[in-house]
Design a protein around this ligand. Structure first.
Ligand SMILES: NC(=O)C[C@H]([NH3+])C(=O)NS(=O)(=O)OC[C@H]1O[C@@H](n2cnc3c(N)ncnc32)[C@H](O)[C@@H]1O
Ligand SMILES: [Mg+2]
Length: 429
């Protein structure tokens, strides 16, 4: 039986559970084991007057794997309000002394990254991984329930989507012009001409030179593209997606959010309409807060932090100047120099979790923007083809799933939002 199910049994029921020793406390007449499995933890009590069970229990280390049978007893002082009084116990594997003690767990985050393959068993990571599971499931449910088709782009590509500075070159046989994908966007833009509404959830790669609290070199990217979708429809779609995901987490993961000490008040406030703030308005707000920023500057993490602390739900920050966004963003015909672009900023200082917008769908307009941005048209020959044959207005976006998990869990660093984080200094475990 899974540990979680034990708590629904009556006092006196006999159960058999298996799992790992999470905590162990030995007193004069009893041994208390906190046993964990994939569903949770429960306290098991061994009476030292029983030499069989006590003899085995005293051999067990933290993380020893075991099976035990016992009787359920209600006990308000035990985790979850119940415990198992052990009648029989056996071990699968005793194991070496576990290298993470409670002090290490509080002390050195770098050490915990070195032993992530073991720290992953902690209650904290267990809770984060279960929230992450709900987030991924909600993304698929949302798109599939709205008629989007799941597709896949390639991981090996030949050109930048988000600027050459963060391209990862790949040793690809004798070729020098192959990179890891920064975004599947261009391939989704191919696929809308056959499926109209497409999405993908896949890794993206960015050669980020600095270690920040919200950048990874390999991150999980949920991207969508839709034929005929235009700007206002895109903003509504983003509000619906983020609201759907957050509601699913609140519905399914209250225990995990509690274990993470996450104040869910602001998550409960996530519902349309989000705040819609133009880039122009954002610059005014930031200047009024004393930041040294002018129109045309990019809005980075520090500015986003100040901005998001002014609002109590996500912000749709839109109409960025052409020069701070990638070449493919469509300029607003009614406001030249600005683009029909949008970033979703998560509140509480978390900032950008989504980037997207309307795409240029006119061939000449795209070609001239590629040249204006100093890019080589030949690097985008097939991307330009999409505007030669049956081009249509379309829009899309990319959601950084790890950043969303970081925000929803209330984490200080993105590296705790996924099992095996990668940055400039870390490629193992
Ligand atoms: N289909 C599209 O329209 C997506 C578009 N080509 C794109 O890649 N936009 S983005 O660079 O803002 O990245 C999208 C999101 O991807 C996340 N992102 C972007 N870069 C990172 C890094 N380095 N680490 C973690 N997360 C990252 C972040 O939430 C961004 O808002
Ligand atoms: Mg962005």
């Amino acid at each position: 039986m899974s540990i979680k199910d034990v708590f629904s049994l009556n006092e006196g029921a006999e159960v058999t559970i298996r799992g790992w020793v999470y905590r162990k406390r030995e007193l004069k007449d009893k041994i208390f084991l906190v046993v964990r499995d994939g569903s949770g933890i429960i306290q098991a009590v061994i009476n030292k007057s029983d030499p069989n069970t006590a003899g085995i229990a005293s051999k067990l280390n933290i993380e020893s794997s075991l099976m035990l049978t016992g009787v359920v007893k209600k006990e308000p002082r035990a985790p979850g309000g119940a415990e198992v009084h052990v009648r029989s116990i056996d071990w699968y594997y005793i194991g070496d002394p576990f290298p993470i003690n409670e002090d290490a767990a509080k002390a050195d985050s770098e050490y915990l990254l070195d032993v992530r393959h073991l720290w992953i068993r902690s209650r904290r990571m267990w809770a984060i991984l279960r929230v992450r599971h709900t987030v991924f499931g909600a993304i698929h449910e949302f798109f599939r329930s709205r008629g989007y088709y799941e597709v896949q782009g390639p991981m090996f590509v030949s050109a930048a989507v988000e600027g050459g500075a963060t391209l990862f070159p790949v040793k690809y046989f004798d070729r020098e012009d192959v990179y890891l994908t920064q975004s599947s966007q261009f391939y989704l833009e191919v696929l809308i001409y056959t499926l109209e509404k497409v999405y993908t959830v896949a890794p993206s790669f960015r050669a980020e030179p600095s270690r920040t609290r919200r950048h990874l070199t390999e991150f999980w990217h949920a991207e969508a593209e839709e034929a005929w979708l235009q700007f206002d429809g895109l903003l509504n779609l983003l509000e619906d997606l983020i609201t759907y995901i957050v509601n699913k987490v609140l519905e399914e993961r209250q225990d995990e959010l509690k274990l993470l000490n996450r104040d869910t008040k602001i998550l409960e406030n996530v519902k349309p309409p989000f705040y819609r703030v133009s880039y122009d308005e954002a610059i005014e707000i930031l200047q009024s807060k004393g930041l040294n920023i002018k129109w045309g500057d990019d809005i980075g993490a520090d500015e986003e932090r100040v901005l998001t602390m002014q609002f109590d739900k996500p912000i749709l920050l839109h109409h960025f100047p052409e020069q701070v966004k990638a070449f493919y963003h469509r300029n607003d015909p009614s406001r030249p120099g600005t683009t029909l672009s949008v970033d979703v900023l998560a509140p509480e200082g978390y900032g950008e979790i989504v980037g997207g917008g309307e795409r240029i769908y006119d061939y000449e307009e795209l070609l001239s923007k590629i040249k204006k941005f100093g890019l080589k048209p030949e690097d985008y020959d097939w991307y330009l083809d999409l505007r030669r044959y049956g081009s249509v207005p379309h829009a899309g976006f990319g959601l950084g799933v790890d950043r969303l998990v970081m925000w929803v869990c209330g984490l200080d660093h993105i590296r705790d939002a996924l099992p095996f984080p990668r940055d400039i200094r870390r490629v193992k475990p």
